[in-house]
Ligand binder design. Structure first.
Ligand code: ADP
Ligand code: MG
Ligand code: ZN
Length: 716
């Protein structure tokens, strides 16, 4: 298993639970797995797909996800395809041919297809190793994205009694879990529930005061990082995008008001790093596996924690650190309440109200954000300090708030515990409102008792009392504050209460426990990112499918400049090493040449499994190119013969030239042209190929520039 993990996916170790899941699958047991977004569910069925005989059939709900997953599998050297309504008849029949020829390891299908009798007949005639049901919560009507077509999967174990079935989801309350297992009729499945703790996410809440400039301030600190900004309404999405674009930020909108084509285009631009930021309503996110989302901002209060967790979960799937920032303003509460009030069903209304209250609690309480989230999902979080949220990193000071608490609770008590937060604060602060005059609340003893302090101080007191359950909020639509037993003890002076006064964090949060590639060479990272994007454009796939941010970061720590070193980097499997290894080692080598001061840290040699002798890989691919070049083939011909991109072959030749091998440069360029390119390097006083390409007005390609550069540098 470990061997396949490294060879195919390039990873040295499993993420939590992956190994157990895969073992059970290989034992032909049914599996039900709940893992958070970014937990690495795909690998749990893709790795067995490689190891088992027969085809692994993956059922997946969205066309865009299927396509990206298939592309990613192919980039890892797997043989994969999908069948859905987006294919032409011709593409369809080519997939069928591969299926019948037993030429596929992975087949992705939509649930609708599983309901088609002809298709089922075909499936019965081919060897299948495993059914993997992704986003399995779609089968449950109790979940949030029930998909009626998933119900066709209810027959799966009846039709294919001898084939193991695995179901994967990131969201399953116990009720949904039971429902999924029953509906799909999993046979005493091995059940795995992973922790929902996403260690690489930094959670933070800020008061919303001047949202636009607050966002700009954040973006300045996070320039060039891809991120999602969620807003509640189409209109606010539209306006924020316009504002950001005016400020020179690369941003596009996404909401249900755009045409499907526009939505697809904007989503793709984001996924392919052509635009940095997407401003979106919560309509955005389900169809995207982009692993290098570096932040998720909620510019408005989310209406419940489930949604908030799911949306923030889209950050940092690659395991590298990412930020989750929520701007909290109380003015957002009535807006959500308005929508809740429109709900026809009384019970749903009160459930929604309760969820909204939890969301407010999350944002306003001085309790570790991570602990709050995990406890919300029923996990017991025992760390004293999570090290990666604003509360745990902030300067928190304990203060006695007994006197102020008594003022608030006295106002509550004297008005009969019939009023909500806002009115109670008005009474305490001595506000002169119509309502107060009508109710003659200006005549009670506590009226104005707190007018020497600001209203938001009294809000803080109310929040603390709620958090510590000295008071509670009751009543769905217009909740009122009531005293609890604990509150009464405090009011009568028999108990004291302390609050946590928090200062905004000023220092930049220290690196918290993530993959640990900090610091890395940022200048090199930028170069590698550009290279990754260029290769991705050539291959028409999203950049994160070529290499994840984590993989690039690791390269920027260890500077692998030969293939053997590149091979040790996490995320570099055999296929990617062959396809892109040389491109990246060349870029790194050039960077090292330009910056001779760089110290390369030692690393422990990666344990290679006994049955993959390293010599076999070592330079093998470059040697093949060399042999073919020596046979007299041109770059184009070699590329065609080896089914590799011409840029890859150029990379090989570049390496060969640098290694002083016998490459007849005149076969690649006529001398005049070569001299002209050399002159450009000299005139521009740079080894930067980009400058030469630009300067040449398109007459010199990157590949040409690289080869000449290697030649010129090599000849000294
Ligand atoms: P999920 O479907 O659970 O949200 P994915 O399958 O999309 O997660 O995986 C998220 C990211 O984690 C991908 O970029 C994937 O390559 C990466 N990943 C998966 N397993 C590992 C592992 N063992 N080591 C490092 N990265 C991994
Ligand atoms: Mg997934
Ligand atoms: Zn914390």
């Amino acid at each position: 298993m470990l061997n396949t993990l490294k060879k195919v996916f390039g990873f040295q170790s499993f993420r939590p639970n992956q190994e157990a899941i895969i073992k059970n699958i290989l034992d032909k047991k049914d599996v039900f797995a709940v893992m958070p977004t970014g937990g690495g569910k795909s690998l749990c069925y893709q790795l067995p797909a490689r190891m088992m005989t027969g085809i692994t059939v993956v059922i997946s709900p969205l066309i865009s996800l299927m396509k990206d997953q298939v592309d990613a599998a192919i980039e890892n050297g797997m043989s994969a395809a999908f069948l859905n309504s987006s294919l032409s008849a011709q593409e369809m029949s080519s997939v069928y041919k591969k299926l019948k020829g037993n030429d596929l390891e992975l087949l992705y299908i939509s649930p609708e297809r599983f309901a088609m009798p002809d298709f089922l007949e075909m499936l019965k005639s081919i060897p299948i190793s495993l059914f993997a049901i992704d986003e399995a919560h779609c089968v449950s009507e109790w979940g949030h994205d029930f998909r009626p077509d998933y119900l066709s999967l209810c027959n799966i174990t009846r039709i294919f009694p001898h084939i193991p079935v695995s179901a994967f989801t990131a969201t399953a309350t116990p009720k949904v879990q039971k429902d999924i297992i029953n509906k799909i009729r999993l046979r005493s499945p091995h059940i795995i529930r992973a922790s929902f703790n996403r260690q690489n996410l930094f959670y933070q809440v800020k008061s919303k005061i001047g949202l636009e400039s607050q966002i700009m301030e954040f973006l300045k600190e996070h320039a060039d990082e891809p991120g999602i900004i969620y807003r509640t309404t189409r209109d606010s999405v539209f306006r924020l995008t316009e504002y950001l674009v005016d400020q020179g930020v690369s941003a596009l909108p996404y909401h249900a008001g755009l045409t499907p084509e526009q939505r697809n285009r904007n989503q793709e631009a984001f996924s392919r790093d052509r635009v940095t930021i997407i401003v979106a309503t919560i309509a955005f996110g389900m169809g995207i596996d982009k692993s290098n989302v570096r932040f998720v901002i909620h510019a408005d209060l989310p209406k419940n924690i489930e949604g908030y967790y799911q949306e923030t979960g889209r950050a940092g799937r690659d395991g590298e650190r990412a930020n989750c920032l929520l701007f909290f303003g109380r003015q957002d509460i009535p807006k959500i309440r308005y929508f809740i009030d429109q709900m026809p069903n009384e019970k749903e209304r009160s459930i929604s109200m309760e969820k909204l209250n939890k969301s407010v609690t999350y944002a306003s309480h001085n309790v570790c954000r991570r602990r709050q989230l995990l406890e919300y999902f029923g996990e017991n979080y025992t760390e004293e300090n999570c090290g990666a949220c604003d509360i745990c990193l902030g300067n928190v000071e304990k203060v006695d708030i007994t006197v102020d608490a008594q003022i608030v609770m006295s106002a509550m008590s004297r008005t009969g515990q019939y009023f909500g937060t806002r009115h109670i604060i008005d009474v305490v602060a001595g506000a002169d409102t119509k309502r107060i005059r009508e109710l003659q609340h200006n005549e009670i003893k506590t009226y104005g008792a707190g007018k020497h302090k600001e209203k938001n101080h009294w809000q803080f007191i109310v929040d603390e009392l709620l958090a510590q359950e000295a008071i509670l909020q009751d009543g769905g639509q217009y909740p009122v504050l009531i005293l609890t037993k604990k509150g009464i003890e405090i009011l009568y002076g028999r108990e004291k209460i302390e609050g946590l006064k928090r200062e905004e964090i000023k220092k930049k949060p220290k690196a918290f426990k993530v993959s640990g590639f900090e610091p890395y060479d940022e200048a090199l990272f930028d170069k590698l990112r550009v290279l990754r994007k260029k290769i991705a454009e050539d291959h028409k796939v999203p950049p994160y499918i070529i290499f994840s941010d984590m993989t690039l970061h690791e390269m920027c720590v260890y500077f692998p400049s030969v293939l053997e070193e590149m091979r040790a980097i996490s995320g570099v499997g055999d296929t990617k090493l062959e396809r892109y290894g040389a491109d990246f080692t060349n870029e790194i080598k050039a960077h090292l040449d330009k910056n001779p001061g760089i110290l390369i840290p030692d690393r422990k040699p990666v344990a290679l499994s006994a049955n993959t002798p390293p010599q076999k890989m070592k330079g093998g691919t470059i040697e093949k190119t060399y042999d073919l070049f020596k046979e007299g083939l041109s770059i184009k011909e070699i590329a065609k013969r080896r089914n590799l991109a011409t840029s890859t072959i150029t990379g090989h030749l570049e390496t060969l030239i640098r290694d002083g091998r016998d490459i007849e440069i005149d076969r690649l360029f006529d001398p005049e042209r070569r001299n002209a390119i050399e002159e450009m390097f000299l005139a521009l006083k740079t080894w930067n190929t980009g400058s030469v390409v630009e300067h040449s007005n398109g007459t010199v390609s990157y590949d040409d520039a690289k080869l000449v550069r290697a030649f010129v540098q090599q000849k000294g």
